[in-house]
Write a protein that binds this ligand. Structure first.
Ligand code: ADP
Ligand code: MG
Length: 322
């Protein structure tokens, strides 16, 4: 899914009102009836039909012919637009540049603010692929409709931002979080390369121990990353690792945490063996090294990303929380 920003600057305020009305109507309608959109949008010259047709042509909304009534639902493109408009108003994003990452469930772009400072915009795209459907809870997911994926993407972004903020405030090497809205997070651009692209480091043993220390330090703060691999570690030019990608993080209060912890450790060991031909007899073990001293998981919960949100994300296989 491409992020098409060409239209951004040309949407009229009426079109924006109608798009916002579709979003508002989505809170309690899977398919938002056209009449409801019209009444929320309160356009001076009557109906929203023409504008809706135009927005549908641009794929910012999708027309749905339902059995009981016809209506519209917001698309990811429309949701992107609303988030970008908010970021633009707040001054956190002025222009959108190249796409630098395409995950299964996210798109990552370089953006810049008005002064030209580069940042990263990550847009969640839950439900884009069906791989979770295969893996988890088929019936639950079969009943999930488009609008709920937007909602879950919003939760994933909210979770990512909450973790990044708490980790950053506690001195962990993560990008500085800048802004969040809807299904998107804006963060600092890390000047470096993902570890999977790195074939030479000066001292693999030193990097290995920095990374294992990070795994242990997280656990001591009550957290396990849950996807600690060469795709979610960026390496700066002076070989400092920066950790990214947090929607699946788990609290060490989780029942399977030992499994998550050991899997993160095993991922790293495996990568160092394969890539640098480096193997150490020393590696952390949860029962010995994972003892909790701080409660960052609770700090995250206090920041507004609640247990209820976590339960909803867990149903689609993303993370866990006490
Ligand atoms: P996904 O959930 O799709 O795996 P990630 O957060 O891991 O998304 O980001 C995908 C890719 O985008 C990363 O592998 C990295 O190359 C790039 N990336 C993400 N965040 C940043 C950042 N703050 N600075 C630089 N590159 C980033
Ligand atoms: Mg990733």
């Amino acid at each position: 899914m491409k992020l098409d920003v060409k239209r951004l600057r040309y949407l009229s305020s009426e079109e924006f009102r109608v798009l916002t009305a579709v979003e508002m109507g989505s809170r309690n309608h899977e398919v938002v009836p056209t009449s409801l959109i019209s009444s929320i949008a309160q356009l001076r010259h009557g109906g929203a039909h023409k504008i809706l047709a135009e927005l549908a042509r641009e794929r910012l909304v999708g027309k749905v012919q339902a059995t009981k009534y016809d209506g519209y639902r917001l698309t990811y493109a429309g949701y992107d637009y609303l988030a970008l408009r908010t970021f633009a108003k707040r001054g956190s994003v002025y222009s959108v540049g190249n796409q630098i990452g395409v995950g299964k469930e996210s798109d990552v772009y370089i953006v810049s603010d008005e002064e030209g400072t580069q940042r990263v915009l990550k847009l969640q795209r839950l439900g884009r692929t069906s791989f979770r459907t295969v893996r988890k809870n088929r019936d639950y997911l079969r009943n999930r409709q488009g609008g709920q994926w937007l909602y879950l993407s919003r939760l994933a972004a909210m979770k990512e931002y909450a973790f990044m903020k708490v980790l950053h405030e506690h001195g962990f090497p993560v990008p500085k979080p800048i802004d969040a809205n809807r299904h998107c997070v804006v963060m600092e651009l890390i000047d470096g390369h993902p570890l999977y692209q790195v074939h030479d480091v000066e001292d693999p043993g030193l990097l290995y121990s920095k990374l294992m220390d990070l795994v242990v330090r997280l656990a001591q703060h009550g957290l396990v990353h849950g996807d600690f691999n060469e795709f979610n570690i960026l390496l700066t030019s002076d070989d400092e690792p920066i950790l990214i990608d947090f929607p699946q993080m788990v609290s060490t209060a989780h029942e399977n945490v030992e499994m998550y912890f050991n899997r993160d450790v095993e991922c790293l060991r495996d990568f160092f063996r394969r890539r640098f031909n480096y193997e150490s007899a020393l590696f952390p073990v949860f029962s010995r090294d994972g003892e909790r001293k701080f409660n960052l998981d609770i700090a995250v919960a206090a920041s507004g990303f609640s247990r209820k949100h976590e339960t909803e994300l867990r149903e689609v296989g993303l993370g866990s929380f006490p």
